[in-house]
Design a protein around this ligand. Structure first.
Ligand SMILES: Nc1ncnc2c1ncn2[C@@H]1O[C@H](COP(=O)(O)OP(=O)(O)OP(=O)(O)O)[C@@H](O)[C@H]1O
Length: 530
């Protein structure tokens, strides 16, 4: 019997190589830094923004005294005596907080709310009975002299500057002058409504500019929908830094309804792709995923990539839903329900907050809502589930319903020329070669009847065939991942591959058999199809 003599050293077997790889991975490597894509990028400086006078609140002692007395007298007429009344002067309104005398029940005041409001109507007030968590009554009275809350000052605040939030938005100031800064990523989507001219467009700019001050172009992309074709056009300047668009599109800012439907579906595809990536990486959300990616624990060769946040902004939702109905409602609802974990967030605004626009489906999926002044109590209820927004005084005075609380805020103000300077400052810097490209979406209707005719094959047919044969794996999700396709298109490609005899029939949850075994066989088949 011949003995095999092993050499002292031999090349490692494949299994051994597998084992060696983790050892190599422990050698320290620099973490991946997404901002190095545009390493010279400079964040906009605060001096691009205006101070708009001062953020100092104007207090008029005689006005305070007069209002206090009028409130006390009015309540006396309803036999309500007061133990204490104090005033907090906010930028737009002053809150008079009343502690009723012992024995006066809040419910009584609540019942008289409308009458009291009517008696004080000259003051244009809003009554809060009781102030949540305090057991006191609040009466808000507009200030004769209002103070503008400049976005610049809010962005300069420590709270914003040192914020660790993923997507910090400086929305405005509360009555006690505290800055209200929230994390859009936690909201996780925002619905905004208000009659025309009450501050919605300024509000949208406030949110967008806040994010531009905090985020690097590699970390955030906006999808902007502006059917009115005016409000968001300024942001065109930052297309190659911060905007996302459909492949092959000229304009990054979407104004056409059909394109909106495509874009929403493309975002759904991006969401599904991101879910696949998260699953493969064994992570639960974008934060964990990006952390793992930056630690270089995810292989870009396998389709892994750093995921920027995507914020979809729709300025004027009404016309869209009226013309496209379910075609826009459904993808929006789907995104609102699912997209949070993968870093896609929505901001939707409308001038017409009626129930046929803000449908039950939309509302149920947007827990955070902002109302600027609206024209009726019904509109206020449609947005906030409570009245009050009809009593606001305009010019950025707003109510935000968030985390189960309704808070009155004065929206931070940023004027169009300021937005322009910020956009110019960013736009003049080196950007990416193109906008961030969303996955391609092909309308099923456009493809109808073409499915099985080889002459009308999908343009990606050959590429899909090669992916399947190279991997010897007849799986639709492989096509989705490798080719950045949506489920529907990948499924249709798979049917076409079946019709061409490249893969076997659908086997439910199992991958299809791959009939063509080698790339050379495949090339022959493809050539014969020409
Ligand atoms: N936060 C704010 N602080 C001070 N003034 C404001 C604020 N927001 C809006 N205004 C004033 O109100 C005007 C109208 O605001 P804006 O253009 O945002 O309204 P809008 O609701 O978007 O109107 P439309 O729906 O017609 O576009 C602004 O030009 C500005 O003078």
């Amino acid at each position: 019997m011949a003995f095999e003599i092993k050499p002292v050293y031999e090349d490692p077997t494949d299994e051994e190589v597998e084992e060696i790889v983790p050892v190599r991975e422990t050698v320290p490597v620099d973490p991946y830094e997404p901002t190095l894509d545009l390493r010279d990028y400079k964040y906009p400086a605060l001096d691009l923004l205006e101070n708009h006078g001062s953020d100092k609140i104007v207090q008029d002692a005689s006005e305070l005294e007069k209002n206090k007395n009028q409130i006390i007298d009015t309540l006396k007429n309803y036999d309500i005596s007061i133990q204490k009344i104090s005033a907090t002067v906010g930028p737009t309104v002053t809150l008079y907080e009343i502690v009723p005398a012992a024995g006066v029940r809040i419910s009584r005041i609540k019942n008289l709310e409308d009458d009291i409001a009517l008696s004080l109507s000259a003051l244009g007030i809003r009554i809060i009975a009781p102030i949540p968590g305090r057991g006191t009554i609040g009466i808000e009275v507009p200030n004769v002299k209002k103070t503008i809350v400049s976005l610049r000052n809010m962005l300069a605040s420590d709270k914003f500057q040192h914020s660790q939030m993923d997507l910090p938005i400086a929305i405005g100031k509360k009555i006690d002058n505290e800055n209200f800064i929230a994390d859009l990523a936690k909201m996780p989507h925002l619905l905004m409504a208000g009659a025309t001219g009450q501050g919605k467009s300024v509000g949208i700019n406030t949110l967008l500019v806040s994010l531009l001050y905090k985020k690097h172009p590699s970390q955030l992309k906006f999808v902007l929908v502006d059917p009115k074709k005016v409000e968001l056009s300024l942001y065109k300047l930052i297309e190659k830094h911060f905007l996302a668009k459909l492949p092959g599109e000229e304009d990054a800012i979407i104004t056409d309804t059909k394109k909106v439907v495509h874009t929403l579906n493309a975002l759904c595809i991006e969401m599904d792709l991101r879910y696949d990536l998260l699953k493969e990486a064994g992570t639960r959300n974008i934060r964990e995923y990006n952390a793992k990616f930056t630690q270089r624990r995810l292989n870009p060769q396998k389709g892994h990539r750093y995921l920027p946040f995507i914020v979809l902004v729709i300025d004027e939702f009404a016309d869209l839903i009226m013309t496209a109905g379910k075609e826009v409602e459904m993808p929006i609802a789907r995104l609102a329900q699912l997209a949070r974990a993968v870093g896609i967030h929505l901001i939707i605004a409308t001038q017409r907050p009626s129930v046929n626009i803000i449908t039950g489906t939309i509302k149920a999926n947007f827990p955070a809502r902002i109302a600027f002044k609206v024209s009726s109590k019904i509109d206020s209820r449609t947005i906030l589930d409570t009245g009050g927004a009809e009593q606001l005084i305009g010019q950025g005075d707003m109510l935000i319903s968030f985390n189960g609380e309704v808070v009155r805020l004065q929206c931070a103000f940023v004027d169009t020329p300021e937005v322009e300077s910020v956009a110019e400052f960013i736009g003049e810097q080196r950007g990416y070669p193109d906008a961030f490209l969303l996955p391609e979406y092909i309308d099923e209707k456009d493809m109808e009847g073409k499915d099985f005719s080889l002459a009308d094959r999908d343009p990606l047919f050959e590429e899909a065939a090669r992916v399947i044969v190279q991997n010897q794996q007849g799986s639709t999700s492989l096509l989705q991942r490798r080719m950045k396709l949506g489920y529907n298109r990948a499924g249709r490609l798979m049917d076409q591959l079946e019709a061409a005899g490249i893969v076997g029939p659908n086997m439910g949850s199992k991958a299809r058999d791959v009939i063509v075994k080698s790339e050379s066989d495949l090339e022959e088949i493809l050539n014969s199809m020409l």
